[in-house]
Design a binder for this molecule. Structure first.
Ligand SMILES: *Cc1c(COP(=O)(O)O)cnc(C)c1O
Length: 378
C-alpha cells in the first residue's frame, strides 16, 4: 500500500536554478534582490502597505510584540487553540496572557467573548485565522478601536485568504505570515511582518535589523548606519527568498490544487456529516480560504484515536492538532486551569486533519475518503 503523507511541499522544478542565480549575485544575506521582489509581489497582490520578510512567523510576532510596547502586566487576548509562538512572543515581553474560547464553527477566537475579556490593562488582541479561514474581523476591529487596543493578526496559516475583500494580515495594525515548509507557501523556514499602520514602519525596520537603521542606509537615505534601538536578527536570507519567490509565483496554482482536494473531501464526506458522524469545516460568507487545512471533528477522543489508528493501518497520515495552550504544562504553570475553555478543550480532543497538498492525486483523496467510510460503516 502506497503511503499517503499529510503534507508534501509544492515543487515547481526551477528551485535549484533560482538558488544558483541567487548564489551568483554574491548577496545571499537579507534584503537582496529576491527578498525585495518577494516583498514587492506580496505588497502588490495583497494591497499591503509594507511587507518585511523575516526568518519565521515566530520572529514576526516577536517584532509585533516589541512594536506594541508591551510592558509587564499588560494583557494580551488570544485563543488557546493556537501554536505556541502566538503566546511566547508576548510572554517574552512580560505580558499576561488572557486565553479566550473559540467559535465552534470556524474554531477561531470567539469575538462575542471579547467584551468580558477586556480590562483597562488590555493592550493587544491577537486573532489567529485557523486553517486559513478568517476571524470575525469587523467585530474584533470595532471592539479594539473602541478600547484603544491594537490588533495583531496571526495569519501564519492564512496567506492569500480574505475577509470582506481585504486580505488577511492587512486588517489589523500588524499581521504575521509563516513560510514554514508545512504552510501553503514555504521556503523551509521563513515568515513576514505586515506593517499596516504607517506610524510603525520605521521602527519595525529598525527592530528587524538588530536595532540599527540599516534599512534607511540601504535606501541611500543616510550615509552610515548605526545603533538606534533594541532589536534582533530577524531578516530572511536571500537564498530562502529565492525559493520563496518561486512559491509566490505559484500562489494561484497551489491554491487551486488545494481547493480541488478540499472540495473533494467536503463533497464525499457530506453523507457522513448528514448522519451526524462527522462535522466538516465551513467557510463563512464574505470569506475566501486558501484551503490550508481540511479537518473532520468526530464524536469523542476515543473515536478519534480509533480513526487515526484505522487510517494508519491504511498507510494514511491524519494528525490531530493543537493541545490547548492553557492546559499545556506552561499554560498551567502560568496559572490557567483545565475546564475553563469548553469549546477549545472539546475540539482539541475530537479534531483530525486529512492529507492535503497540491500534488495529492484524486485517487489518493478517494482512498482517504474510502478509509473513513469503511471506519464508520465497517
Ligand atoms: C505555523 C504557525 C506559527 C509559527 O510559524 P513559524 O514560521 O514556524 O514561526 C505561528 N502561528 C500559527 C497559528 C501557525 O500556524
Amino acid at each position: 500500500m502506497r503511503p499517503i503523507r499529510y503534507n508534501v511541499p509544492f515543487v515547481a522544478g526551477n528551485e535549484a536554478e533560482q538558488l544558483a542565480r541567487c548564489l551568483a549575485t554574491s548577496e545571499t544575506s537579507g534584503d537582496g534582490q529576491f527578498s525585495r521582489e518577494c516583498q514587492r509581489v506580496l505588497e502588490k497582490r495583497l494591497a499591503a502597505p509594507r511587507v518585511l520578510l523575516t526568518t519565521s512567523c515566530t520572529s514576526a510576532l516577536e517584532i509585533a510584540a516589541l512594536l506594541c510596547d508591551i510592558e509587564p502586566g499588560d494583557e494580551v487576548i488570544l485563543p488557546s487553540y493556537t501554536f505556541v509562538s502566538t503566546a511566547n512572543a508576548f510572554l517574552l515581553r512580560g505580558a499576561t496572557l488572557k486565553f479566550v474560547d473559540i467559535r465552534p464553527d470556524t474554531l477561531n477566537l470567539d469575538e462575542r467573548l471579547l467584551p468580558d475579556a477586556i480590562t483597562a490593562r488590555t493592550k493587544v488582541i491577537v486573532p489567529v485565522h485557523y486553517a486559513g479561514v478568517s476571524c470575525e474581523m469587523d467585530v474584533i476591529r470595532d471592539v479594539a478601536a473602541r478600547h484603544g487596543i491594537r490588533v495583531v493578526e496571526d495569519a501564519a496559516q492564512a496567506v492569500s485568504s480574505s475577509y470582506r475583500g481585504a486580505y488577511l494580515g492587512t486588517i489589523g495594525q500588524l499581521g504575521t505570515f509563516s513560510f514554514h515548509a508545512t504552510k501553503n507557501f514555504g521556503c523551509g523556514e521563513g515568515g513576514a511582518l505586515l506593517v499596516n499602520d504607517a506610524s510603525l514602519i520605521e521602527r519595525a525596520e529598525i527592530l528587524r535589523e538588530k536595532g540599527t537603521n540599516r534599512s534607511r542606509f540601504y535606501r541611500g537615505e543616510i550615509d552610515k548606519y548605526t545603533w538606534v534601538d533594541v532589536g534582533s536578527s530577524y531578516v530572511l536570507s536571500d537564498l530562502l527568498a529565492a525559493l520563496l519567490l518561486v512559491q509566490l509565483e505559484h500562489i494561484d496554482v497551489i491554491t487551486n490544487a488545494r481547493k480541488r482536494v478540499y472540495e473533494h473531501y467536503l463533497h464525499a464526506l457530506q453523507p457522513l456529516a448528514e448522519r451526524g458522524l462527522v462535522t466538516l469545516p465551513t467557510i463563512p460568507p464574505g470569506c475566501t480560504s486558501n484551503y490550508h487545512i481540511f479537518y473532520v471533528i468526530v464524536e469523542s477522543l476515543a473515536v478519534r484515536g480509533a480513526l487515526i489508528e484505522h487510517l494508519k493501518r491504511e498507510a494514511i497520515v491524519a494528525p490531530f492538532h493543537y493541545v490547548p495552550l492553557h492546559t499545556s504544562p506552561m499554560g498551567l504553570a502560568l496559572g490557567n486551569e483545565a475546564g475553563t475553555l469548553p469549546v477549545t478543550e472539546s475540539i482539541s480532543d475530537r479534531l483530525l486533519r486529512l492529507p492535503l497538498y497540491p500534488a495529492l492525486a484524486p485517487v489518493d483523496a478517494e482512498r482517504v475518503v474510502g478509509a473513513i467510510r469503511a471506519f464508520f460503516d465497517g
